[in-house]
Design a protein around this ligand. Structure first.
Ligand SMILES: [Zn+2]
Length: 395
């Protein structure tokens, strides 16, 4: 090995499964790319995953899935896997077997494994470890329907697992898209606060909701929709204003972070322009703000989420794992890691701005820039008007 193995400073667990290595949503789908397996390989190339830190994900059980999902929908997913296809009736009823949420091998088992992983992640946090389930974060799924490439809503089930233990939960969603399914599940729940920063639904999926005004009957949903092009400077300003207020007003016992990487500059679906360097600063801030257990370990579960540029995603999630496990990895990629990234089947034509850095280091940025008045105004309006912060929303 050409790399000294860094020692972890924090009890963290990485949740994965062999089946993600064979998993694809099929050609021409944004999720035709390697994600969890590439991340895991990159981490391994740094020598940054010890055997006791890896937890194989288990398949969520039907009763667990039914904490949130309709039994008919769960049965339909199982039935389609057996049939090897999606029937017309299921397509109509559950929004599956179409371009958005296509049929693939392991149609039930793979999403149910990603979901089982997030429930295990919650249990690992309850047992005193920081947990990362990069296959999770399927925040758009609804009780009876797949939405936005998401079949089962693992963040919802992980949060419900924390609720079984009586914990008050703060869900933070930094994916470029509104965390609509998670908000839907908990918008009227007094013990769960959802916070989502996202591309304004006026121009981005899911094209409805996620406005500052959409705060639930008890003010538990906190949304900050933003214009395209958000840079590191803007995100830092808004986060520093909102995050301490969220912690103070929310008084969480645990934080669940949905860490989709589609807010990174190179992402082909996201329209934000964050750097990897800033993204990791953000994850560190969230970890440092999270409540701690009796041993001083942050009570923090991190899931994956969106992210459609495999190289940007794998570099970023490798960094997320380093933050969570308390490792300081060098910026330079070990040779084996660079080789892994070069071997990914990915059209680089549109990546000229980023290309030189993809294979040399795991970091990029900072992407500093002017802080636009529109971003400041929205942040101020959220703080002034949101009931959680003592305000009043005019609807
Ligand atoms: Zn997304």
């Amino acid at each position: 090995m050409d790399w000294p193995e860094p020692a972890p400073a924090q009890p963290a667990v990485f949740i994965g499964a062999g089946r993600y290595r064979r998993h694809s949503y099929g050609e021409n789908h944004p999720l035709a790319i390697p994600r969890v397996s590439l991340t895991q390989d990159l981490i391994a190339a740094y020598g940054a995953l010890r055997p006791h830190e890896f937890l194989p994900a288990r398949v969520a059980t039907v009763p667990e899935l039914a904490w949130f999902h309709d039994p008919e929908y769960i049965a339909a997913m199982q039935r389609c896997q057996v049939l090897g296809k999606v029937t017309h009736r299921y397509r109509q009823r559950h929004n599956i077997g179409n371009f958005e949420n296509p049929f693939f091998d392991g149609f039930f088992t793979t999403p149910a494994t990603a979901t089982g992983g997030s429930i295990q992640g919650a249990e690992a946090v309850l047992a005193g470890r920081v947990a990362f389930n990069p296959a999770g974060g399927m925040h758009h799924a609804m009780p009876d329907q797949a939405r936005g490439f998401c079949f089962f809503n693992d963040p919802v089930l992980a949060i419900l697992r924390f609720r079984q233990a009586g914990l008050r939960v703060l869900y933070v969603d930094v994916d470029a898209h509104h965390g609509d399914g998670v908000e839907y599940a908990f918008r009227d729940h007094p013990e769960v606060i959802t916070f989502s920063v996202h591309m304004d639904t006026g121009y981005a999926y899911p094209f409805v909701g996620g406005r500052i005004e959409d705060c639930g009957s008890r003010g538990n949903a906190v949304n900050l929709p933003l214009p395209p092009g958000v840079n590191d400077s803007e995100y830092r300003v808004l986060f520093r204003q909102i995050w301490p207020r969220l912690l103070a007003a929310g008084v969480p016992d645990v934080v669940v972070l949905q860490a989709g990487t589609d807010a990174l500059g190179p992402d082909p679906l996201g329209k934000f322009n964050l750097s990897t360097r800033f993204y990791l600063e953000l994850v560190r801030e969230i970890m440092l703000g999270a409540p701690t257990d009796a041993h001083g370990t942050p009570r923090l579960l991190v899931t994956g989420g969106g992210g459609y540029h495999p190289l940007a995603l794998a570099r970023c999630w490798t960094g997320v794992w380093a933050v969570l496990s308390g490792r300081s990895l060098p910026d330079a990629l070990p040779r084996a890691a660079a080789d892994l990234l070069r071997a990914v089947d990915w059209d680089m034509d549109e990546d000229e701005d980023y290309f030189p850095g993809f294979f040399t280091g795991r970091l990029d940025g900072p992407n500093m820039g002017p802080v636009r008045p529109e971003v400041l105004d929205r942040t101020q309006r959220l703080i002034r008007q949101h009931p959680l912060f003592g305000g009043h929303v005019d609807s």
